[in-house]
Design a protein around this ligand. Structure first.
Ligand code: UDP
Length: 246
């Protein structure tokens, strides 16, 4: 082994799907749905693993702009129409992510599950996999393309079909706790949670469709916090951060 071999980072996880909720882009002070500084900080975190050759797929939510269920409850919009509005919101976020990543020198492709050929490639699995193999970050927008689903399920689906080694789910807290750590000082964090417990306890981290898809495909899910810089990098290098559902 040469000296240069020794200094090359050797990530444990070579292909990841990172699920970002739309809310992570929001400006917590003025409530604006997309905060440029937050967006940039997230993209810089993605670039850190892109730079060491990790193949990265991003699934972005739309909850900072529109959610079908709350649209139906509060605004009187038909549920399926609301869901399509939510899926379109993910495309807005996807465009923002693509723009920001490109400005950082990252090669990106945006694919949408709802065809929108002026803005994004249509989602085509083989093409997406090829982009990943060539080291391009792929942003999967438009959710699954179907109402009544969530972008968590879209993330579980894209991770399963692209053969990702891990689904990383960024949340506000640094893992899964026995009770809400923001309300209870004595809350205990789990390092590992079996899929079946996550499903049985109906953990609010992801919906049950997403959990069961991961369980069937033996896809590990890492629940972690984006608030700690370097988390994605540490996780792909195999450091035990957050909570692993497997
Ligand atoms: N959505 C959908 N089908 C999908 C993915 C998303 O109908 O496959 C709609 C749904 O209305 C959802 C909204 O898009 O509420 C935004 O997605 P999500 O709530 O998952 O975003 P996040 O909470 O991650 O920001």
């Amino acid at each position: 082994m040469t000296v240069s071999d020794q200094s090359e980072p050797n990530p444990k996880y070579k292909r990841i799907i990172l699920k970002l909720s739309g809310e992570v882009l929001r400006n917590t002070e003025d409530g604006e749905p997309i905060d440029p500084n937050t967006l940039r900080a997230i993209c810089e975190e993605v670039k850190k693993v892109y730079d060491i050759g990790v193949q990265v797929g991003l699934v972005i939510g739309g909850g900072n702009i529109f959610r079908g269920l709350s649209g139906a409850e509060m605004k009187g919009v038909d549920r399926t129409t609301g869901d399509y509005m939510g899926m379109l919101a993910t495309v807005i976020n996807g465009l923002a992510l693509m723009d920001c990543l490109e400005k950082l020198g990252v090669t990106v492709r945006l694919q949408s599950a709802i065809p929108m050929d002026k803005l994004a490639e249509p989602f085509i699995l083989r093409r997406a996999t090829r982009h990943l193999e060539r080291g391009r970050v792929v942003i999967f927008a438009g959710g699954t393309g179907n109402p009544y689903f969530s972008t968590d399920t879209a993330a579980a689906l894209r991770a399963s079909e692209t053969g990702a080694n891990m689904l990383m789910k960024a949340t506000k807290v640094d893992g899964i706790y026995n009770k809400d750590p923001e309300k209870h000082a004595d809350a205990v964090k789990y390092d590992h949670v079996p899929y079946i417990d996550a499903l049985r306890d109906r953990l609010k981290i992801m919906d049950s469709t997403a959990f069961s898809l991961c369980m069937e495909n033996k896809l590990p899910i890492l629940v972690f916090s984006m608030r700690e810089p370097g988390s994605i990098y540490r996780a792909v290098m195999g450091e035990e951060i957050g909570t692993l559902v497997d």
